[in-house]
Design a protein around this ligand. Structure first.
Ligand code: ADP
Ligand code: MG
Length: 560
């Protein structure tokens, strides 16, 4: 018995559909990429679940995706024999947008088609892209392991509601039929049209994607053929992979429509055996600062997909990296729990961390413009590094970039090496100041003396800078010293005459200092004559071990 129910879309879905149809108008073919990627995910999931429950494969163990078309009916059909969905899963995955990021998605739409198109994948709204070309979509699915009578059919014209009914569905997996709009038929309905789009998006998918073979008469026949390369891209030799393929693979795994900035692909053999293909994205994802933000490394064991977001594979300060890691040393039944504290994982982690740092170092020296772009997007994340990864502290420190009084602009492009190269004769410390904004740092009275003497000071104003400097006491044997803390001892940068003059001033002002000290009482630790000012009359200075002022204010605001 089947009854058809009609259910409304969530308000956001409706809005999203409208936006998508308009904003992706010049990128229509992405619908195929999204649906193929879902089909391939569904096969990955089944393959994984079948490791512990082989019966799920029923009598159909060869996982694949078939793409078919019907010129008469004006339809394209995408069919996979992957995991499928039960009724609740259809409602939760297809009828609603469960993600927390939806509101943010709307806030970020710019009206610029190319940019908005990039957002779509990132927010995991891929399935709806079907409505860019279709005015009706029918999805029929049956979850692996359930009886044929548990099939579910979902249908919608993308205007407000969908219907749901229980149907008989002997074939496991999901079939999606797109009823193309009249005006889209010419562009997509046909063997070579579909092949060219599939080729573009799926050569790297390690799963056969099949289409009907054309007969003598040029019409599709009953035989099927695989139309993609269907080999795991990362297992092929580097020399045989084009940049185009690397880029397409990045888009496939990252859900980012934009281009990657750089990548590194390597195979390790010997005590450990693994292949890593890691990418630095061109743009930061919208949720980079979200604590729940997922990690970007997919873990495979001997080409079998195991799990997404394997956070044990890279330290947090490299959480922007996307890619895959395929290990030959882990058991196929690994779980997140097993990954925790696993010796093999720890060694892989340290190996690929070095790889990523090496890639960044290469960019920094060979392609500084690219590196600058990286820094603008992800620099604040990398600054968490010295505090998190003691072993690689030196290498991370070489990658850091700061604003400084050298150019006095907000652009963070001064490396610690640059700084050292410009140090004054006799200077043995790296001076910096932290503040809650660039302007506050730049205009701080505490810089007066150093400016006058032509000593460069790093101007730090990112939230993470206090944390960074507390974990980076020195670089190349030079101490990092805050000009806002303690005694500003300029050492041999001060001449004997200057020091004598300072002593004389201190003596002369002793009476005044005493009076101010009495007046301020307990509110300050001490009052003393300062030599760091040239035009301001006075400034507040912190003890060596005190927290920066703005951090103290921050804590106060949050009730500490
Ligand atoms: P995403 O792929 O980023 O999760 P989508 O909108 O593309 O977002 O898909 C939403 C969800 O619908 C998927 O996460 C998956 O659970 C489910 N889904 C989509 N297509 C399929 C399919 N072919 N087989 C099984 N589940 C699917
Ligand atoms: Mg998807």
């Amino acid at each position: 018995m089947t009854t058809k129910e009609t259910m409304p879309f969530q308000a956001e879905v409706q809005q999203l559909l409208q936006l998508m149809i308009h904003s992706l108008y010049s990128n229509k073919e992405v619908f195929l990429r999204e649906l193929l990627s879902n089909a391939s995910d569904a096969c990955d999931k089944l393959r994984f679940e079948a490791l512990s429950d082989p019966a799920l494969l029923e009598d159909d163990p060869e996982l694949r995706v078939d793409v078919d078309w019907d010129e008469q009916a004006g339809t394209i059909t995408i069919r996979d024999n992957g995991i499928g969905m039960n009724r609740d899963e259809v409602i939760n995955n297809i009828g609603t947008i469960a993600r927390s990021g939806t509101r943010e998605f709307f806030a970020r739409l710019s009206g610029d088609q190319a940019k908005d198109a990039q957002l779509i994948g990132q927010f995991g709204v891929g399935f709806y892209s079907a409505f860019i070309v279709a005015d009706r979509v029918t999805l029929t699915t049956r979850r692996a392991g359930m009886g044929a009578e548990h099939g579910v059919r979902w249908e919608s014209d993308g205007t407000g509601a969908y219907t749901l009914e229980t149907v008989d569905c002997p074939a496991r997996g999901t079939e999606i039929v797109l009823h193309l709009r009249e005006e889209e038929r010419k562009e997509f309905l046909g063997s070579w049209q579909l092949r060219s789009v599939i080729g573009k998006y799926s050569d790297h998918i390690p799963l056969p994607i099949r289409m009907r073979k054309l007969g003598e008469d040029g019409k599709p026949g009953a035989e099927w053929e695989t139309v993609n390369k269907a080999s795991a891209l990362w297992q092929r030799p580097k020399s045989e992979i084009s940049d185009e393929e690397y880029r397409a693979f990045y888009k496939h795994i990252s859900h980012d429509f934009g281009e990657p900035l750089a990548w590194t692909h390597n195979r390790v053999e010997g005590r450990l055996e693994y292949t890593a293909l890691l990418y630095i994205p061109g743009k930061a994802p919208f949720d980079l600062w979200d604590q729940r933000q997922t990690h970007g490394i997919k873990l495979y064991v001997k080409r079998v997909f195991i799990l997404d977001d394997a956070e044990q594979l890279l330290p947090r300060y490299l959480r922007f990296v996307r890619g895959i890691l395929d290990s030959a040393d882990l058991p196929l039944n690994v779980s997140r729990e097993i990954l925790q504290g696993n010796r093999v994982i720890d060694q892989i982690r340290s190996g690929i961390t070095k790889r990523v740092l090496g890639l960044l170092e290469h960019l920094a020296t060979e392609e500084p413009d690219k590196y600058q772009r990286f820094w603008t997007e992800f620099g604040r994340v990398l600054k968490e590094g010295p505090g998190e990864d003691f072993g690689n502290r030196e290498q991370i420190a070489r990658l850091l970039r700061f604003a400084s009084t050298h150019s006095d602009t907000e652009v963070q492009n001064v490396s610690l090496m640059d700084y050292i190269g410009r140090m004054r004769e006799g200077q043995d410390k790296i001076y910096y100041i932290t503040a809650d904004s660039f302007l506050a740092a730049k205009n701080s009275p505490q810089l007066e003396l150093l400016r006058k003497k032509g000593i460069e000071v790093l101007l730090l104003s990112d939230r993470v800078d206090e944390w960074l400097t507390s974990h980076l006491p020195e670089f190349e044997g030079k101490r990092l010293v805050s000009v806002a803390k303690g005694d500003l001892d300029l050492g041999s940068l001060e001449s004997e005459d200057e020091r004598k003059a300072q002593e004389a001033t201190e003596k002369a002002a002793q009476g005044l200092v005493e009076r101010i000290r009495t007046a301020l009482g307990d509110r300050v630790e001490t009052v003393r004559v300062s030599h760091r000012l040239t035009s301001s009359p006075a400034c507040i200075v912190l003890g060596e071990r005190d927290m920066a002022l703005y951090m103290q204010q921050l804590l106060k605001q949050t009730g500490h």
